[in-house]
Write a protein that binds this ligand. Structure first.
Ligand code: C2O
Ligand code: CU
Length: 488
């Protein structure tokens, strides 16, 4: 227990009551890890792959002996894994079976703004919204979640989220584990608080300023999960689906693992490491080697978030055991990982036509809070831009940009470390320092319908740390966002 130095009896008392959480070695892994089902799909007359995705209310017993009220897609909690191959045209029939408007955003996906599922595409209760687009980006682990104006934290926290896996020829040609539910697993990590009645509770801790931090981890909706491993190598698609907490994942015995992919796809080569930090919204694909009969836990160690004082309030001192990997007595052989994966062609900074600065502080970006009626930036279709992003307020923030996968040019003035050298759509911002990212925008111009960029700590997003950009034709200027939602 650390004493506070700020001299306020109230705060000191609160700190004494809330030491850092440490569940290392203390979790009784007793529940088999739930694996979200692959979403069924059908091919329509136009050759499009069609999915159903109904947001609905439900309930789940998270092992507390009580029915916890939840929201989910096609079920009570979380949603099925959507899967499509590069080049396919997809349609998702999103039905809102909830008592209030929501939306479904395809996080990490390149697609027209009107299909993006942000706050301008809210779906009314009872309505159906059927976005359609052609998947045209490398194999990656993306995800989907609601994005209603001012209510994203609550909707995600109640359970609305799922994975969207993209396949392509290059990834499929590599000797990687890819048998879903056999040697390739989604690992969606979320921290929750349950109240005395066993209900999920959004807590706004007045000291943390970062929204809800939970004391109980769910992985794919499972408390205290274990995973039976039957192969020598297992691929975990880690998604930080939490609303505020940042994790630093590793294995409890500190063994190295291979990081093979980040938000937008595979790295150029496997990167052997012992830790991977993921802030809310970020993904990492890792491959863990296992020996017959052993058990080892995936653990989240205290991430290097900032100074000790803020870590006290932001969960930065917490250690969690996440998921126990249990190897069978005999393991199926797995080929060695390839030395090379997929080249990541660097975007040439000289090709950038615009450089923008974004300062993150307080409740906004560049001193402005989100306004649905204000376009903050117009980018020319297909153009390359550099964004220089600086965090000024000592609070954990990250940046997520819709529609693009970006590359990190520098972070804190240095070239990106291996885990930030691939395609990214979300990045944790360093304290009092600048991240320079470069990206090429899409070809779908629409001066009236914006995409979002924002902090993915969802409380911050809801509080207004979000801006809007439109993609325009050369010479065109930004229009006016239409009022009203999507769907019929
Ligand atoms: Cu994952 Cu704008 O969101
Ligand atoms: Cu933030």
């Amino acid at each position: 227990v650390v004493l506070c130095c700020c001299g306020s009896a109230g705060i000191t008392g609160w700190l004494l009551l809330r030491p850092g959480i440490d569940t290392a070695g203390k979790v009784d892994f007793r529940n088999p890890l739930a694996v979200p089902p692959l979403a069924p799909s059908r091919i329509d007359d136009e050759g499009r792959r069609v999915f159903d995705l109904r947001a609905q209310a439900g309930q789940r017993d998270f092992g507390r002996g009580t029915a916890t009220r939840t929201w989910g897609f096609e079920g009570d909690y979380l949603g099925p894994t959507l899967r499509a191959t590069r080049g396919e045209r997809v349609v998702v029939d999103v039905v809102n079976g909830l008592p209030e408007p929501t939306s479904v955003h395809w996080h990490g996906m390149r697609l027209p703004a009107v299909m993006d599922g942000g706050p301008h595409q809210e779906v009314r209760p009872g309505a159906t919204w059927s976005p359609t687009w052609t998947v045209d980006q490398p194999a990656a682990t993306l995800w989907y979640h609601p994005h209603p104006h001012g209510k994203t934290e609550e909707h995600v926290y109640r359970g609305l989220a799922g994975m969207f896996i993209i396949d392509d020829e290059r990834e499929s040609a590599l000797p990687l584990p890819r048998d879903y539910g056999v040697d390739d697993f989604p690992v969606i990590v979320q921290d929750k608080n349950f109240d005395r009645d066993g209900q999920l509770r959004v807590t706004r801790n007045m000291f943390s300023g970062i929204g809800t931090l939970g004391d109980t981890l769910l992985v794919n909706g499972t408390v205290a999960p274990y995973l039976d491993v039957t192969t020598e190598r297992v691929r975990l698609r880690l998604l930080n689906g939490s609303t505020a907490r940042t994790y630093d994942f590793g294995l409890a015995d500190d063994r190295p693992f291979a990081l093979i992919g980040t938000d937008g796809g595979l790295l150029p080569a496997p990167h052997t490491t012992r830790r991977i930090t993921l802030s809310p919204g970020e993904r990492a694909e890792i491959v863990v080697g296992m020996r017959a009969g052993e058990r080892v836990a995936v653990r989240s160690f205290p991430p290097a978030l900032g100074n000790v004082f803020s870590d006290r309030f932001t969960g930065g001192e917490d250690t969690f055991d996440v998921l126990e990997l249990r190897a069978a007595g005999t393991l199926a052989a797995a080929p060695d990982l390839p030395n090379q994966l997929v080249p990541v062609k660097r975007i040439d900074p000289a090709s950038a036509v615009t450089t923008r600065s974004l300062d993150f502080a307080g409740r906004g970006i560049n001193g402005k809070s989100m306004d649905m009626g204000r376009i903050d930036a117009a980018v020319v279709r297909g153009s390359v831009e550099i964004w220089e992003v600086t965090k000024l307020d000592g609070t954990p923030h990250n940046l997520h940009v819709h529609d693009v996968q970006f590359q990190v040019l520098t972070i804190g003035g240095e070239p990106p470390p291996p885990h930030l050298a691939g395609w990214k759509d979300t990045i944790l911002l360093p304290d009092d320092d600048t991240v320079r990212i470069i990206m090429r925008f899409g070809d779908h111009a629409d001066p009236n319908v914006p995409y979002m960029y924002h902090c993915h700590l969802l409380y911050h997003e809801d509080q207004g740390m979000m801006g809007q950009f439109v993609v325009v034709e050369p010479g065109q200027s930004a229009g006016t966002p239409p009022r009203g939602g999507a769907g019929h």
